[in-house]
Design a protein. Structure first.
Length: 131
């Protein structure tokens, strides 16, 4: 059992964390399921998606799920009366940064902007940061 006492070193295997992250984000989309998620599990989802993207920067599903995570995470902020924090979070969600850390685009925090950032993320995942 000592084998399971520590986590393995970071590496390409971390792309597998995407599946837990994707499942949690899917639960975050439904307000009734979101209430059942612990704050630690919500934070774990973000970490899983970020780790998956470090292992595979072209992972379209993780990129889109991370954008969704940022948007869904604004709901509890608004419920707690933290409108400024929620708006700032939405703005971060709608700024797309490529695998090299360069800003690739910023869109308004509305439905049209969300659609644009998702399309841009799909293109970036498919063609990379320098198409």
């Amino acid at each position: 059992l000592k084998y399971f006492e520590s986590e393995p070193a970071p590496g390409p295997w971390e792309v597998l964390k995407r599946y837990r992250g994707l499942a949690i984000v899917r639960c975050m989309a439904d307000p009734s399921e979101r209430r059942a998620l612990s704050p630690d599990l919500v934070t774990t989802a973000k970490g899983d998606l970020e780790a998956a993207l470090l292992a595979d920067p072209h992972d379209e599903s993780s990129t889109l799920a991370l954008a969704d995570w940022l948007l869904y995470d604004t709901e509890p902020m608004r419920a707690a009366g933290r409108e400024e924090d929620a708006t700032a979070q939405e703005q971060r969600a709608l700024a797309l940064v490529d695998q090299d850390g360069a800003l690739r685009g910023v869109w308004h925090a509305d439905k049209l902007g969300r659609g644009n950032v998702l399309n841009a993320a799909r293109l970036q995942a498919k063609y990379g940061p320098k198409p």
